[in-house]
Ligand binder design. Sequence first.
Ligand code: SIN
Length: 371
Amino acid sequence: MAASLVESGEDAFRKVFKFYKRRNPPPDFSNVLDFSKGEGSNKVVPLKLDPATVSDAEAARVGLRPVRDWTAFELRGYPGFIFIPDPFVLGSQAFWVRQCLKTYPRKPNVCNLDMHMSPSDTQDIWDRSVPDLRLPSSGKRRPDTLLERLRWVTLGYHYNWDTKTYCADRRTPFPADLHQLSRHVTAACGFPGFDAEAGILNYYRPDSSLGIHVDESELDHSRPLLSFSFGQSAIFLLGGLCRRDPPTAMYMHSGDLMLMSGQSRLLHHAVPRILPAPRGHASSGMESSSRVSSPGDGSVVETPSQEDWEACVGYIRSSRVNVTVRQVLAPGQTFPGASSSHRGTDVGRTGGNHDEDGECGKRKRSRDSET
Ligand code: SIN
């Protein structure tokens, strides 16, 4: 069944979702777009980015190659959708993976494990997982580490899965390094002044999936939604404004960036399947014998320690991490009912108050829904 051949109509997206999620017999992947291979399809259109928007030095400081060296694509029929296959400097993805696994899950950020565990137990997810993750893979199954039980982490304005809203008083500081990376990528894509205010990290095990949803809780939809993928690959489905529209399937490999803006900002999307990364992607493509930065160059990117990197590899050899970054409010905008000076206050720890695998309405985060 080719995704493009599924007719629009009730459940067309759901049918495609189930098709790619199926294990037995495995689906035919021949219609899945692979942007890393360039213009393999007449749906894929090269996009020229303006290299003057981000200086080479600014790009290097966050681990990106000069913008003139990126390849960027649009997708026919999806105005505002931009795909950039891995624009990272060799070796720098390792830093971002380490941040996603070690740094961002720390308090005061909020994660699914907060639902079931005490603050003292979720305080050191990384330290408690490292010894097992560093063990050489023996082929024997061991109990999952805490890190392998992580499903999501929220940053900045913490999304409330129950009310499907952000609000002023559930906010902690957004990581400065990720803010800088997001600002440069969005500027290169034609959105200067992007303010990264909320982030959702999704952690995928080999059998995980993410149900069909639209990201519409942000109050300003004129700003893009930005997505970074690391580790194993995924099939990403991009549908229409209406849930019934049949989606286009594409691979997301480690380092790939995706931006949904304009008419594509509110499209339905989903991740039905995680797939082994092709050779040269994921951990093998992240290592570099040279250091990615030198002290004093203003870089936010540093080479992880050997111990940290071994634990990261232990995790991403079977898993995927996706980070979506959002601007919630337009410049000068406030939350309904808040005073004009109240775009939100940084508070300490905020509680996670929703089910790990439960339905989240507009953002339905079921690992095995749509089946
Ligand atoms: C992805 O994992 O690629 C998509 C995540 C999302 O839609 O939030």
